[in-house]
Design a binder for this molecule. Structure first.
Ligand code: SF4
Length: 156
């Protein structure tokens, strides 16, 4: 591996930039993600930044069960994120649909639309678990192992 690639991998581990996408959640998980941005949990302490454009990030944080109306937008936003990239599914909804499962307006999870690298279960998960999921995704990016396996992150 060249020196440039080594520097890029180290940078991805130390400064994961994230884009947050609500694919039909009840907003509970989004509120916990908001807490991660607050001074108490402070995503910036692990070098993370929330960005407003998917074209500028390494990690997609996705919440919700994937409604039929959001599915194409989710795919489009995923494709706008440059490689290498990682996807963190926040909460139980992206995995199974959770309380929305069986509804005619949802797809019962995001896996049919985009590959997910890290699941953070919970309804909603705690901010500490979401930060652990972001750290796990940053490690996978740094190791060049995104898309290879599905990790589940528990905390507390
Ligand atoms: S996992 Fe729970 S809190 Fe999060 S979006 Fe689904 S229902 Fe809401």
């Amino acid at each position: 591996m060249g020196i440039f690639s080594k520097v890029m991998r180290a940078a991805r581990r130390r400064s994961p930039w994230v884009y947050v996408l609500n694919a039909g959640s009840c907003n509970g998980c989004d509120i916990e993600i908001g807490a991660c941005l607050s001074p108490r949990y402070d995503l910036e302490q692990i070098g993370g930044l929330r960005q407003g454009s998917p074209k500028h990030v390494d990690i997609l944080l996705i919440t919700g069960p994937m409604t039929l109306r959001s599915a194409e937008a989710v795919r489009s936003i995923y494709e706008q994120i440059p490689e290498p990239k990682a996807v963190v599914a926040v909460g139980s909804c992206p995995a199974t649909g959770n309380v929305f499962a069986g509804s005619p307006t949802v797809e019962d999870g995001v896996l049919r639309r985009i590959p997910v690298d890290v699941f953070v279960p919970g309804c909603p998960p705690r901010p500490q678990a979401i930060l652990a999921g972001i750290r796990e995704a940053a490690d996978l990016l740094a190791q060049g192992k995104t898309g290879a396996s599905l990790k589940e992150v528990q905390h507390g």
